[in-house]
Design a protein around this ligand. Structure first.
Ligand SMILES: COc1ccc(C(=O)Nc2ccccc2)cc1NC(=O)CCSc1ncnc(N)c1Br
Length: 273
């Protein structure tokens, strides 16, 4: 047949290295494929965890989605295998680690880096939306950097293949769009809102609606209670893009295509990454 038969991987094929972090439902380790010496990230998920949260089907669907999603700004899933109690995901290793760490280390990013990351995200999301995939969990912890500093969207723990569905609230609320906070039906535009949140956070070091508690964060999101600090100094064009994304009416948010053509992006983003 035309397709080379899928190689059946097993744990014996890999030398396990240091822990890289804790993803959803499991730990991730640096690993090296014994024959090729190829470095990967190996994610270990316990089957009883999947049974407990009844998301076996979600992982299965995820694997189908992932094998079709090939984009320079989306972390690759090379394959998977399982033993009696665990499922192993063979992932691309992002040598630059979590974008989050870079943001925390520097406090805030240059307009060039911020614009480059927003452009990469818009391109990756446009690609996903063509494939009818909404990621819906775009936040700094799920963004990784490769050895060239190129952004990679990672953990697809909550992506869905079809039209938008209800999502259980989990993790921080800072990135949730008003329609999600109101638990209304939502569509792809949630990702555009999140790009606005991320653009603000890249440039100021904190998400725009941060508050002491969830109730205040909810209220600030619902009122789109947005203000720009006087420092760090941020260009008017950058603020213009943020203001065109953090719009309550999802139909009025700047489209991914318009983001890619926005003057601030055209002027500041490095198109090659
Ligand atoms: C394509 O990337 C994924 C695809 C799928 C899933 C996943 O768990 N899906 C899932 C799990 C349970 C139920 C339903 C879906 C997770 C990831 N990715 C990750 O977990 C990121 C691991 S951290 C890391 N990875 C590489 N290099 C680094 N330097 C680091 Br740190």
């Amino acid at each position: 047949q035309t397709q080379s038969p899928k190689k059946q991987w097993s744990l014996q094929d890999f030398e396990i290295g240091k822990p890289l972090g804790k993803g959803k439902f499991g730990r991730v380790y640096l690993a090296r494929e014994a024959k090729s010496k190829y470095i990967v990230a190996l994610k270990v998920i316990f089957k009883e965890q999947l049974e407990k949260y009844k998301i076996q089907h979600q992982l299965k669907r995820e694997m189908e989605i992932q094998s079709g999603l090939r984009h320079p700004n989306i972390l690759r899933l090379y394959g998977w295998f399982h033993d009696s109690e665990r499922i192993f995901l063979i992932l691309e290793y992002a040598h630059g680690g979590e974008l989050y760490r870079e943001l925390r280390k520097r406090g805030f990013l240059s307009e060039n880096k911020a614009a480059t990351y927003i452009l990469s995200l818009a391109q990756a999301l446009a690609f996903c939306h063509e494939k009818d995939v909404i990621h819906r969990d775009i936040k700094p912890e799920n963004l990784l950097l490769d050895h060239e500093g190129r952004l990679k969207i990672a953990d697809f723990g909550w992506s869905v293949q079809s039209r938008a569905k209800r999502r259980t609230m989990c993790g921080t609320l800072d990135y949730l769009a008003p329609e999600m906070v109101e638990n209304k039906a939502h569509d792809y535009a949630v990702d555009n809102w999140t790009l606005g949140i991320l653009c603000y956070e890249f440039l100021y070091g904190v998400p725009p609606f941060e508050a002491e508690n969830q109730t205040d964060t909810f209220r600030r999101i619902m009122n789109v209670d947005l203000s720009f600090p006087s420092t760090p100094c941020v260009s008017t064009e950058a603020k213009d893009l943020i203001l065109r994304l953090l719009v309550k009416d999802s139909s009025k948010r700047l489209s991914l295509q318009k983001i890619m053509e926005h003057p601030w992006i055209v002027k500041n983003a490095d198109p090659t990454s």
